[in-house]
Design a protein around this ligand. Structure first.
Ligand code: SF4
Length: 235
């Protein structure tokens, strides 16, 4: 009854979508997984429970943003980076503290991960560094929220131009591979790398092999029966 309807609501929102440009959350992530997203490859489906947990995280973050509005320090919220060709993204907030501007990004997580968190996560640092880069604001704060207890942890960061340059260069190189249909290398540390553990493209990555390959040759191999059956219906 209701459960099925609610599950369907979440699953419908999560249909595979072809990606046409980079998001700031892609920065520093596995190039191959991003390539597969651009090619709209079939991916392991998320369960309605996981999708509801993401949704819950968004509500928790809104609650924190409301508190910051109450303090009167929010200068902008949900603000898009200035338009440019390579990448798009939206920062959670820009605040003023002690007469200085800060870009702020909220991250929510469960208690188990929150309790172990001693430093800002690398993928979150990449993201906020690019916000600082595009907004030309040299200070940022990553604010982590424990979804179970609503405890907070924060990490202040200064702009790192060299890191941003590297991240943007990597994305520009990946853009060329996507246009030329070259499947990038696997991540080093596959399959133990944390990104592989949560990757929705694990199956297709396994049959693609370690090296860079031509996307057309890979599709031919799958269509000739050397790949997984489900891929034949999707490429
Ligand atoms: S399994 Fe690992 S290497 Fe392969 S696409 Fe996913 S994240 Fe990348």
């Amino acid at each position: 009854m209701l459960k099925e309807l609610i599950d369907k609501f979440y699953l419908d929102k999560e249909r595979d979508r072809e990606q046409h440009h980079f998001y700031i959350t892609d920065a520093g992530k596995c190039s191959r997984a991003i390539f597969f997203k651009f090619k709209n490859m079939p991916r392991k489906k998320m369960t309605p429970e996981i999708l509801r947990m993401f949704d819950h995280g968004n509500y928790v973050q809104m609650q924190i943003l409301n508190a910051l509005f109450g303090l009167g320090i929010v200068r902008a919220s949900e603000i898009n980076i200035p338009p440019q060709q390579l990448i798009s993204g939206r920062a959670d907030a820009i605040l003023t503290l002690d007469n200085e501007l800060y870009v702020v990004d909220f991250k929510s997580m469960n208690s188990m991960i929150f309790q172990k968190l001693e430093a800002a996560k690398e993928e979150n640092i990449n993201q906020i560094q690019l916000y600082m880069h595009f907004f030309e604001i040299p200070k940022g704060i990553l604010l982590y929220v424990n979804k179970n207890t609503l405890e907070l942890k924060e990490f202040a960061l200064n702009y790192n131009p060299a890191l941003c340059e590297n991240l943007l260069q990597d994305l520009a190189a990946l853009k060329i591979k996507i246009e030329k249909n070259i499947v990038p290398l696997r991540l080093s540390g596959y399959p133990e790398n944390w990104q592989c553990r949560y990757c929705q493209f694990k199956e297709i990555c396994k049959i693609t092999g370690q090296k860079e390959v031509s996307w057309e040759a890979f599709k031919k191999k799958v269509q000739e029966g050397e790949g997984l059956d489900f891929l034949n219906n999707n490429i």
